[in-house]
Design a protein around this ligand. Structure first.
Ligand code: GDP
Ligand code: MN
Length: 383
C-alpha cells in the first residue's frame, strides 16, 4: 500500500528523519493559511500515488501565499499524467510545504533485495528527478548496502557506503543518521519501500527529506490498522485497480495471451508454457482456492477489460476449486459477456469430468495437458 508523501513524511519524522514543515490541503482556502505560515515561500505538491509529479507539473515553488493557494485550487481536480503513469490520476489534495533551498540532491532508498533475501539501502549522489536514468546509464553511481538480518547495520558500514557514494564529507554524519532512521522505520512499519528523492542538502548544511515515498507491505497491513484505514486506489493500472477492489490476484503484463488458473504456482507454470509455445502472457491471474462460478466470471470480466488480449488459456487443477464450478463461471461469461477471442481450457482434478461435460458444445477448445493448452491457444490466437 503506497502512502502519500505527507503521510510518509509524518511517519518518517516520528523516527527522527528531518523533513520540511507543511500540511495537506483539499482546496485553496485550506492552502492559504498554511502558505502564510511559511511567509508564502512554499512548494505546492500534488498528493497522488504516482511518481514523476515534478515533470508532470504537479510540483511548483512560490514566494507568495495567495499565488500558492490559487495554484493549489487549480491543481486539485486536475488529472496529472506522468511517464510512470500514462493514464494519470486525479489530484484530490496537495501538500503545501515549507520551501527549502537546495544545493544538492541525493538519493536514498530502502527496499528488500529478494535475490539475497536482505534489506538493502541504496545511496546515490545523483538524486533528483532522473534517478531512473542514472540507474540505467550509470548503475555504478548507486551504492548498495545490505542489512544483515541478525546484526543490522553498524555505523562504520554505513559511513563507508556513504563515502563510496561520494557524498561530500560535511553531509556524511547526517546521512548516516538518516539511513539508520530509515532502516528502523522500514522494519518497524513492515514497509516494502522507502524512497527519499531528493534527499536535499541545503546551503546551510542541513540534510532533509524533501520528498518521501513509503509503501507498506499489504500482507502486514493488519498490523497497521491506522494506515489501512486510509488506503486509496493506487494501482498504476486500471485493471489491477479493479482486481484489487474485487480481491482478485491479477497482475497486468504486456503480452496478449490471457491466463486464468488456480494457484499461483500453476498460473506461473502456465505463463512459462505460453512463452515456451511462442506466446506472450497478457496477465497473471489466480482465481484462488475454492473459487465459485461467480468469481470465475468476475475474473473473465477483468480479462475482457484488457484490449490487447487475443486469446485465453484456462488452466485449472481441481481440488478445493471444483472443475464444474469453473465451467459454470466460464459458461456464464460466454453467455453474458462478449468473448470475441479463442479460449482453450485444460481442466483436471476434482469435478473435471463434470466440468468438461458442461463445456461440451460451447465454443471453448478443450486440451488434455497444460502444454497442449498453451500450444493450442498460441496457434489459435496468432492465426
Ligand atoms: P516527484 O517529481 O514526484 O519525485 O516530486 P519531488 O517532490 O521530488 O519534486 C520534484 C522536484 O522539485 C525536486 O527534485 C526538487 O528539485 C524540486 N523541489 C521540491 N521541493 C522543493 C523545495 O522545497 N525547494 C526547492 N528548491 N525545490 C524543490
Ligand atoms: Mn521525488
Amino acid at each position: 500500500m503506497k502512502l502519500h508523501e505527507y503521510q510518509s513524511k509524518d511517519l518518517l519524522s516520528r523516527y527522527g528523519v528531518p523533513v520540511p514543515g507543511g500540511d495537506v490541503a483539499h482546496n485553496a482556502a485550506e492552502a492559504l493559511p498554511i502558505a502564510q505560515k511559511y511567509g508564502g515561500k512554499v512548494v505546492v505538491k500534488a498528493q497522488v500515488l504516482m511518481g514523476g509529479r515534478g515533470k508532470a507539473g504537479g510540483v511548483k515553488l512560490f514566494t507568495d501565499s495567495q499565488e500558492a493557494a490559487t495554484f493549489a485550487g487549480e491543481l486539485i481536480g486536475k488529472r496529472l499524467i506522468s511517464i510512470q503513469n500514462p493514464q494519470g490520476m486525479i489530484v484530490e489534495k496537495v501538500l503545501v510545504g515549507e520551501q527549502i533551498d537546495i544545493a544538492e540532491e541525493y538519493y536514498l532508498s530502502v527496499l528488500t533485495d529478494r535475490a539475497v533475501a536482505k534489506v538493502v539501502v541504496m545511496i546515490s549522489k545523483e538524486g533528483g528527478m532522473d534517478i531512473e536514468e542514472v540507474a540505467e546509464k550509470h548503475p555504478d553511481a548507486i551504492v548498495r548496502l545490505h542489512v544483515d538480518p541478525a546484526w543490522g547495520l553498524s555505523d562504520y558500514e554505513i559511513r563507508a557506503a556513504v563515502t563510496e557514494a561520494n557524498i561530500p564529507a560535511p553531509a556524511r554524519n547526517q546521512m548516516v543518521s538518516m539511513i539508520k532512521q530509515l532502516v528502523k522505520a522500514y522494519l518497524e512499519s513492515d514497509a516494502d519501500l522507502i524512497e527519499i528523492n531528493p534527499c536535499a542538502w541545503t546551503p546551510e548544511g542541513k540534510l532533509l527529506a524533501a520528498d518521501a515515498k513509503v509503501s507498506i507491505d499489504e500482507n502486514a497491513l493488519y498490523r497497521h490498522a491506522s494506515w489501512s484505514e486510509t488506503q486509496e486506489d493506487s494501482a498504476d493500472d486500471p485493471i489491477e485497480a479493479e482486481a484489487s477492489k474485487r480481491g482478485i490476484a491479477y497482475v497486468k503484463l504486456d503480452g496478449d495471451i490471457a491466463i486464468l488458473g488456480n494457484g499461483a504456482g500453476l498460473v506461473m507454470c502456465s505463463m512459462d508454457e505460453v512463452r515456451a509455445a511462442g506466446g506472450r502472457p497478457a496477465n497473471f491471474l489466480d482465481v484462488g482456492g475454492g473459487a465459485n462460478a461467480e468469481r470465475v466470471k468476475a475474473c473473465m470480466e477483468l480479462i475482457l477489460m484488457d484490449k490487447n488480449v487475443k486469446g485465453l488459456m484456462i488452466n485449472v487443477f481441481g481440488g478445493i476449486t471444483k472443475g464444474d464450478e469453473v465451467a459454470k463461471g466460464i459458461l456464464a461469461a460466454f453467455d453474458e459477456l462478449q468473448v470475441s477471442f479463442p479460449v482453450v481450457a485444460r481442466i483436471e482434478g476434482t469435478g473435471a469430468e463434470a466440468g468438461r461435460k458442461l463445456l461440451e458444445g460451447s465454443s471453448l477448445v478443450p486440451a488434455e495437458t497444460m502444454q497442449e493448452a498453451a500450444q493450442k491457444i498460441v496457434e489459435l490466437a496468432y492465426s
